[in-house]
Design a protein around this ligand. Structure first.
Ligand SMILES: Nc1nc2c(ncn2[C@@H]2O[C@H](COP(=O)(O)OP(=O)(O)OP(=O)(O)O)[C@@H](O)[C@H]2O)c(=O)[nH]1
Ligand SMILES: [Mg+2]
Length: 358
């Protein structure tokens, strides 16, 4: 799972990257190249499971973040800058809300809604270029020979073109599954689910939840495949560099309910429709990421294709029940351990033991 961090110059992209990956970058390195960092998805239940199993290994789910550097108008069209973004599952667009005369704003004033819309427009124009070229090509081919699949592609591309011409990013369109198949190959940028990250000033640290209303950004939050999260970039980047105990104390002192990493990962999971389940044993206690609504058999495939293929049944218990009972045997006695078949829809926080053949 990969998220690309985008935004105008000097809005706090690298700051966000530091919050997410707890990476220590000096100013110069941070400004230059594309950075890829790995964030561990915070999961306190994993530690509690480890207290029961004393496993050799505890493995967290991870999300990768890519910091591509500042996107100015002409750079947004630069394919070298955009190339890494074509591969990501979601985009996080950092919007500058903090006011600081010491940090220049490329547009001269603070206006997050304008910035959100103008960068979205750049993404859409990049897609439109690609769509227009492909439409020409397909029309040419269709003149030579009629082909149903090409006709379907043409109709789909024209639909996308019309959306963009009315300034609607492709992420806001709904596609049927066969259309989705046709369209994925293009890797359109405005089709990626979007997390707008409001980078607030230090003075707003105690009131992150109301930032959307305060800055009149409800318009951003209400769109399909779009989410909004708030951070106090400067403060939270400092917190991310501290030891967890120390950071926790300061978090409380600032009136923050959770860490920036927690909030952003939750927002990303929600946006992408992801959820997690656990496997637990002496060798390893581990969190796995799947799409919400995944069946037990498909979830087994996240671990290994052999387990998916040879799937017999799943032994499932709620993590909370297992932690309260203290062992699988105890959950069995309490009637909390369930046997589920391959069509069972895995629920958030399930601890699963897969029985399989082969
Ligand atoms: N006052 C204030 N300054 C911030 C905040 N977040 C970032 N900054 C400052 O703004 C400047 C830019 O931050 P970066 O995180 O490097 O921004 P960037 O988007 O990565 O910048 P480029 O990569 O150069 O486009 C730095 O000097 C930061 O210290 C914030 O929340 N408040
Ligand atoms: Mg940067």
């Amino acid at each position: 799972m990969q998220t690309g961090i985008i935004g105008l110059p000097q809005v706090g992209k690298t700051t966000l990257f530091k919050i997410l990956t707890r990476a220590h970058l000096d100013e110069k390195a941070a400004r230059a190249a594309t950075h890829v960092g790995i964030a561990r998805v915070p999961e306190p239940r994993l530690e509690k499971l480890a207290e029961i199993y004393h496993p050799k290994k505890v493995t967290y789910a991870t999300v990768e973040y890519v910091d591509v550097g500042g996107m100015v108008k002409d750079r947004a069209k630069d394919s070298a800058v955009l190339a890494p973004l074509r591969e990501v599952d979601a985009l996080a667009h950092v919007l500058r809300v903090f006011d600081d005369p010491a940090v220049a704003h490329p547009a001269g004033s603070i206006d997050p809604l304008r910035d959100a819309e103008s960068l979205d427009l750049e993404l859409m124009l990049t897609d439109l270029d690609q769509i227009t070229r492909r439409i020409e090509r397909v029309e040419k081919d269709l003149k030579k020979k009629k082909e149903p699949l090409l006709e379907q592609e043409l109709a789909l591309l024209q639909h996308c073109k019309a959306a963009i011409e009315s300034e609607k990013p492709l992420r806001e369109l709904e596609f049927q599954s066969d259309e989705r198949k046709l369209i994925t190959g293009f890797k359109f940028l405005s089709q990626r689910p979007m997390l707008y990250v409001l980078n607030l000033g230090d003075d707003e640290v105690g009131e992150l939840e109301s930032a959307v209303e305060r800055h009149k950004l409800a318009k951003l939050a209400s769109r399909p495949n779009t989410a909004v999260a708030s951070v106090c970039g400067r403060i939270e980047a400092e917190l991310a560099e501290l030891e967890p105990a120390e950071a926790g104390e300061l978090l409380a002192a600032y009136g923050l309910k959770s860490s920036g990493l927690d909030r952003l990962i939750h927002a990303t999971y929600h946006l992408l429709g992801l959820t997690s389940f656990f496997t637990a044993g002496e060798p390893e206690v581990r969190a796995w990421t799947i799409r919400r609504g995944t069946t037990a058999q498909k979830a087994a495939g996240a671990i290994h294709s052999d387990i998916e293929r040879g799937f017999i049944r799943a032994e499932v218990v709620r993590c909370e029940d297992l932690l309260a009972a203290g062992s699988i045997a105890a959950t069995r006695e309490r009637g909390e351990l369930r046997l589920e078949g391959k069509e069972y829809i895995v629920q958030e926080g399930d601890v699963i033991l897969f029985r399989h053949s082969g």
